[in-house]
Write a protein that binds this ligand. Structure first.
Ligand SMILES: [Zn+2]
Length: 212
């Protein structure tokens, strides 16, 4: 299956500079998600224009909580497309196939293991250290079920084709709304809006406390 390569493949070590989020990347993520992003340590997949498609979150958040869902799909065109596939019942269909197709089940098991290995590598690069609480746990229903297509598509975009068979399928399934060879960013979020900012909310809380 071919859907093109993200401009900064996560597996390309020479692209490390593009993997580490800039402040502009973090602002874009916050605008895409309508909330301040936290503990994002890498941008594992980008639009051909450079905007983030997927954010990688540290396996342990700065508040100490273990966080298994490493790859988060952030681009609004892609998240909406994934939701459409979910609403159409694709997840149940895939889960049923996993129960009967042993080859697919084996590939999906490998995707699960690859996800965990990638998360450990990201944790190492981010300096969060080992996170035993989520050892053996991946995301999205892996390795035996499909519970979130956003997770699987995020994984496929981050890892490239051939790693997560059901993520690849889901990505092929959104082709009428999104393909890797085009930029769909224009108008996908309000780039001119004020960036949702956690420090502002803290500041407001602080001021309120002072007033109270
Ligand atoms: Zn773009």
């Amino acid at each position: 299956m071919f859907y093109g390569r993200p401009i900064v493949p996560a597996t390309d070590s020479s692209a490390t500079g593009g993997r580490v989020p800039t402040q502009q990347d973090l602002d874009t993520l916050s605008l895409q998600l309508h909330r301040p992003v936290r503990d994002v340590v890498e941008i594992p997949a980008r639009c051909i224009c450079g905007n983030p498609l997927v954010a990688a979150t540290a396996p342990r958040l700065s508040n100490g909580i273990p966080f298994p869902t490493t790859y988060y799909l952030t681009h609004p065109i892609l998240t909406a497309a994934a939701s459409r596939l979910e609403a159409a019942g694709l997840m149940n269909e895939m889960t049923d196939r996993l129960a009967t197709d042993t080859e697919l089940a084996a590939e999906y098991q490998k995707a699960h293991e690859s996800y965990i290995a990638a998360r450990e590598a990201i944790g190492e690069r981010a300096g969060t250290g080992p996170v035993p609480e989520i050892s053996g746990i991946s995301a999205g229903g892996m390795p035996t079920r499909v519970k979130c297509l956003h997770v699987l598509i995020g994984h496929s975009l981050a890892a490239g084709p051939g790693v997560n068979p059901l993520g690849d399928e889901a990505l092929a399934g959104v082709a009428q709304w999104w393909t890797a060879d085009k930029c769909y960013c224009e108008g996908a979020w309000d780039a001119a809006a004020p960036v949702p900012n956690k420090d502002l909310s803290r500041h407001v809380k602080h001021l309120n406390k002072q007033e109270g």
